[in-house]
Each structure stands twice: as C-alpha cells, then as structure tokens.
Design a protein around this ligand. Sequence first.
Ligand SMILES: Cc1cc2nc3c(=O)[nH]c(=O)nc-3n(C[C@H](O)[C@H](O)[C@H](O)COP(=O)(O)OP(=O)(O)OC[C@H]3O[C@@H](n4cnc5c(N)ncnc54)[C@H](O)[C@@H]3O)c2cc1C
Length: 355
Amino acid sequence: MPDHPAASPLPPVAAEAVIIGAGPVGLFQIFELGLLGIHAHIIDSLAQVGGQCAELYPDKPIYDIPALPICGAQELIDRLLEQAKPFHATFHLGQEVTAVQALPDGKFRVATSAGTELHAGAVVIAAGVGSFQPRRLAVPAIEELEGKSVHYRVRSAADFHGKDLVICGGGDSALDWTVALCDKARSLTLVHRRAEFRAAPATVARMRELVAAGRMQFIEGNVIAHHRDNERLVAVEVLATDGGARRVPAEQVLAFFGLHPKLGPIADWGLELERKALKVDTEKFQTSVPGIFAIGDINTYPGKKKLILSGFHEAALAAFAIQHHLFPAKRQFLQYTTTSPIMQKRLGVATADEH
Ligand SMILES: Cc1cc2nc3c(=O)[nH]c(=O)nc-3n(C[C@H](O)[C@H](O)[C@H](O)COP(=O)(O)OP(=O)(O)OC[C@H]3O[C@@H](n4cnc5c(N)ncnc54)[C@H](O)[C@@H]3O)c2cc1C
C-alpha cells in the first residue's frame, strides 16, 4: 500500500474565455474582451509571449501598424502587454493546449501538456502558424536523451560548465553560445553543415579566433550518431563534409537548428480546416463549432491576409460575438473608449467624480 494517497488532480479552473496563443493577435484579444468586461485566460506553448514577433524577428522594425510609423516587433509585443494590463488576464506559459472538447453544459474543456485544465464558456484559437517546435537532430534514438544531455535551448548555462560540449548550428544562437561557453566547457566543438554562418559577423570572427587559438574546434559536417556508456552520453559521430567520420567527446549537446511551426493537436479538435487553417465566418470569426472562435494567422476566409492588422480587426469582432455567446440576453451596443464611463472604469482611467 502506498504510504500516502495518490494526489487527486487539481479541479478544473472556471474561465469565461480561454485564448490559445499569446502572439500579437491573442494579446490584443485580451484587450478587446476586457473592454466588454470579459476576463481571459491565455495559454502559449512558448515560455514567453509574442508569437512570431518575439520568436522569429524581435529586432526587426514593422512599418504597417496603424499610427506607429515604425515599431520594433518586440516593442509591439511590449506595447500590447501594457495595453492589456488593466484586464489582468491569467497567463499559462510554456504549456501546449493538447485538447479542446465540448462539455454537455455547453462549455469547453481545455487541457494542456502541463496538466492544467480549464472549463471555458468560449475559446479563441489565436495559434498563428501552430506551436513552435525546435528542429531536432536527425540522429537515431537521440530523443531518449532529450532534456538530459541533448538540448534545443539553454535553461541554465551552468549545466554546461566543465563538460565536453558539442554545439550544432550556424545561426546567432549557436554562435552566441559557442563564444559564451568556450571558456566554461571542458571541451567545445561547433558542428555546422556549411562553412558559411548566418550569425552576426563579429561573433563568427570571434569563434574563428577561438579556433585559431586552439580553445575550441569547428567541424564542417553533421552529427550522425551518438555513443553512450549505459545511459550517459559520451561522444557523437560527426560525418564531415570532406567525407571523413570523426568521434567527438560529448557529454552535452546543444542543437540550434531553428524552430518550425506545427499545427499539432489543433487538427484533432473536430474543427473544419482548409489548407491547415481554421475556416471561420467574417462576422464573428467563429469556427465550425459554435463557441470556438479563430483569429489571426490560424484562420482562413475569402480574402484573408495574414497581417497583424487583420488579426486586430478579427479580435474586435470576435469579442462582440463572444459576449453574445456568453450572455445572449445582454443588449449589445457600440461604445467608444473616448466617452464610455464603463469602459474607462474597466481601463482604470475613470476619474473619481465619474463613478
Ligand atoms: C520575418 C517576419 C516578418 C513579418 N513582418 C510583418 C509585418 O511587417 N507586418 C505584419 O502585419 N505582419 C508581419 N509578419 C506576420 C506576423 O508576424 C503574423 O501575421 C502574426 O505574428 C500573427 O499573429 P498571431 O497572434 O495570429 O500568431 P503568432 O504570432 O504565430 O502566435 C501564435 C502563438 O500561438 C502559440 N500556439 C500555437 N499552437 C498552440 C497550442 N496548441 N498551445 C499553446 N500555444 C499554441 C504559438 O506558440 C505562438 O506563440 C511577419 C512574419 C515574419 C515571420
């Protein structure tokens, strides 16, 4: 008999609306729902908010956000967060939504990879091009070592100190970590399939200096196999582009091949799809299941353009549709933030004598 009873699962969290995806469009959905007095929970598989803007091009300027002639992609995300702040959304980051199921009472069960379960009155899918997954090493059985000695992101740099380290990739992440960890690791080998790199030229030059000084090595090629001593990684086999195979000591491997979006579980939720996008109407941005809405890059309708601006418009209209779905008896009317005391109160900008 176990010495303590099995932990009972946490009760599901009751939510008015759940937003799946914290990219720019999901973040703006918090705001639009908040203006109508609806609280949101927002979930993202990534550890940080911002979707493509934060993950793929944080430093790039965007020129087509209305009234912001130029805005950095990360800056846009920071501004959206600031704008949504008064509505106190609940963030669930670093967890993928794995299931969305209709419940008999008309609500939806939303379950995540971290074991979070919510029961929501409405669901908004703002999942962009899908959840970002790291491109993995094409090495047989290497997945068994993931999180132990094979990593696709650095959680704690100290894990690599004093270790035989192999870093794979030719972009900024691979080169930045190569330079940062070179003096900390016991040995460091950078493996990249080409002699050219996509990283900042200054970092590439620094890496070449470190190689010339004998402090690390660079091999042009691919990791094709690994060697273990019981469960412990001890070396990798690198096939160099000159055709030679080399065994390189490796206790830890860091691979930075970029991220690719995966539609993933969304395809299994029984929603009508067209070319990997969710079909919606253009009045409510509702999917084929009433109560489940889809906005931003994930949806499709005649004339759809995958622009942040389009996603913002979709979020505004979806918010009204969600309000009607949750409170069908409530009369709806358009209010301006400029003049509406109730909206200003929700925004926390109302002056004391107004209420
Ligand atoms: C290099 C580049 C430049 C661009 N420049 C511009 C520009 O100048 N102007 C413009 O308008 N647009 C631009 N875009 C397009 C713009 O970035 C997208 O239209 C926008 O990011 C879409 O926002 P979104 O919120 O719909 O989706 P995304 O930004 O893709 O965010 C979706 C989020 O959902 C999460 N997610 C997906 N599935 C799940 C799941 N099952 N569980 C939990 N989380 C999930 C993802 O992790 C992601 O964080 C550019 C795109 C790129 C790649």
